[in-house]
Each structure stands twice: as C-alpha cells, then as structure tokens.
Design a protein around this ligand. Sequence first.
Ligand code: GLU
Length: 449
Amino acid sequence: MNSPPIVRFAPSPSGRIHIGNARTALLNWLFTRRNRGKFILRFDDTDFERSRAEYAESIEQDLAWLGVKPDCVRRQSHRMAFYDAAGEKLKSLGRLYPAYETPEELDRRRKRQQGLGRPPVYDRAALRLTEADRAALEAAGRKPHWRFRLDPGTVRWTDIVRGESQIDCGSLSDPVLRREDGTYLYTLPSVVDDIEFGVTHVIRGEDHVTNTAVQIQLFEALAGSVPEFGHHNLLTDASGEGLSKRTGALSIASLREKGVEPLAVAALAVLVGSAEAVRPVASLDELAGLVDLAGLSRGAARFDEAELDALSARTLHAAPYAAVADRLAALGVAGPRAEAFWLAVRGNVAQLADVSEWRAVVEGDVAPVVLDRAYLDLAAKRLPEGDWDASTWGEWTKALRAETGRKGRDLYHPLRLALMGRESGPELAALLPLIGRARAMARLSAPSS
Ligand code: GLU
C-alpha cells in the first residue's frame, strides 16, 4: 500500500449500534491501525425523521468503549450544499433526470412487468417526457424525484474480500438519488463524502454490493477515480436471524451493561466467520494482526452470546493488571496491593465485577467453616511470623503436614474452608499474603459454626 489508507464507518444515527455494525466499524478500524491510516466516523443523518442526536452520541460512546477512536467525525446533515453541487454536476452531464411517477404508478408498472415475465426494472419513461409534459405535470402540482441514469454496461471491481466482482447495470433500475421533498437518499451523499474526504477503502457489509455498482458509476462521473471496496459477510444471531438496529438485540450498549469485556466483544465480532479461530486477545493491536479481510468466509457468520460470555471470561483470565487497573479502581480495588490481588483472583472471575466477591474474602467478613477444631487450632499456632509472601502458604502447610501426617485434601480443605468460608476459589498461596496474619488468625480461631 503506497499512502496510508483512509477509511470510514458510516452509521445512520437511527438507533443503537449492534454487534454487526461493530463488526464493520472494527474491520475498518483494525485495517487502518495495521496500515497506519485514518478512520473517519461519518454520520449518515440525511434522513431527518429517523436520525437523532442522542443516537449519534451513543454510537460514539459505544465505539469508544470498544476502543475505536475516530480521527474525525463528520455529519452529512451539515453538508447538503455539497450534495446539491454534485446533483447539479450530474444534471449538466445528463446523468440526473426528473421523474414524476407516484409510488402507486411505479408499483402498477412493476406488477405489469412481472406479469409479462420481465424483470421489474424502471422503464425510463421520464426520459421521454418533453419540456411541455414536465411543465404540465408541475402545473398540476407534481414534484419530481431525481434518478441517476446508469450506464448499461457491467461494472467490475476487485473486492478486497470477495475477489473479482461484477454487476450488470442493465438489470438495475436507475436509482433515485433525491426525493420529491429535496432530501437525499444515502447513495449520492456517501460518494460525495468519500471523494471529498479522500476515502481510499470502502469496507462495509455485503448488503451493499449492489450499491457499489451504482456508486462506482457515480465515482466515475464525479471524480474520475474509484476507491477500493471490500464487502464483508454479515452476522446473524445464534438462531440465524439477521440483526436489526431497531430491535436493540445484541446492541453494544446491552453487552456493555451485561458486563462483558469490550476486547472479547471486539474479538468475537471480527474473528467469527474469519479464517482465524475465535480466541481471547490482549489488545486491539493483537487483533489487528489476526484480521485478514481476504480470509473472511462468504456465508453469514453466527454470533453466539454464550460463546461471548466464555470468551469474555477467558479474556479476563489472561488480562494483565495494567489492562484493567482503571476499571478496578472504579470498583474500589486500588493501591499498592491491587496488582497482587488482581493476579490472585483473575482466574476466578467471569466478569470484572466479580472481584468484589474476592475482595470480601480477602478483607471483609468471612464466615469461616470449621471442619476440625483441633486441626485449625494447631494451624493457627503454626501460622508463620514475619512478612508474608507467595511462599508462606507452602511453608506453613509443609510444616503442618510434617506435624500431623495429613496430606492432600485432609491437609488443605479445612484450611480453605476456614480462611475463605468456601471450598473453591483462587490459590491460597496468592491470597494468603493479602488476607494477612491477623485476619487468618481470627478466621482459624473462629467458633464452630
Ligand atoms: N449508512 C450506510 C449504512 O449504515 C453506510 C453504508 C456505507 O458504508 O457506505 O448502511
């Protein structure tokens, strides 16, 4: 790649983004990260009825939570003059023409064509209107919508994901670019912005493949050059259903609220349906090294929330302290012993918030379970003096084994129950120095429950 790539993620702010949108955002983000490029967040908010500022805000928050930090943010609603200018240029090239059919008329025509076994392609009747016809229609109160006159040939491109691709534009209707009320559909503004922002790679879902043929013709008409395109496979939910922004299912916000790890969401969002096995990663940089757009599979990929929960736990089990320090501090785990605490308990949490349970075991009120009074009394007497470290537990239990002849479960189990009030949990070698001598002594000496 010669110059650094410029990519964009272009959601319409008409709902919260879901995991499928996140897949698109992350594939773009990881692609530029790998190639030291630029990432633009573009809000496609020309649909004034459905777009909301709150959704734009929440999309930025959701992306930030995933670790995606745009180099700049643009809004199409602020850029209408550019779309108008492009429209004028297309008119002067004879590529944008007014059409007056109502939706009902178009529907009737489509049904007629289908009845005759023909493809329901717009018949370009509007191109045959005379000046006088148009004047009469407008005098009768009709307002035009505007269609892009497609070149009939086959459009070809080498898709970064799908390889050699082609669409026969002769089989497509001339797309409407501008509605009767003067608002724009997505097709033209997207191209105008991609040209103006110098976008080099358009990476998006494969639901846009047909748009690409139309948009390539628009790029050629307006700029004379065309970016690269990559269309990735789409995600479905675990039952195979497509995802929708409107239902809120698998929204990034809902996953965050549930307490899953953002890195696990990112890893699953991009690795599912790719050539790489789904696995925990330590950073987005590591993930960037695993993403190969050309290696994505062609079929839809299933996103399974149960798989996400497991991946989230595995992500935490391997997370270094630095990766979670800020969030631990927000949960009240900070200070000189915080790192040792995290390393002791990370293998025993499914979610970060579970540290609270282990924090209580270390420094809260534990209800010791007393299995064998005499043994615990002896254990209390033999608690080592001095500073405790990771070897204390080993030395202590070795001494107890030598003195009592106990081993295995008989040796350890009563101690664990007394010290933690439960059977399972983190290694006591790591936890004991954090519990400290005074609390250990109190728990071993607790009255039988
Ligand atoms: N607003 C469009 C969408 O969300 C953008 C598609 C594109 O990336 O060009 O589907």
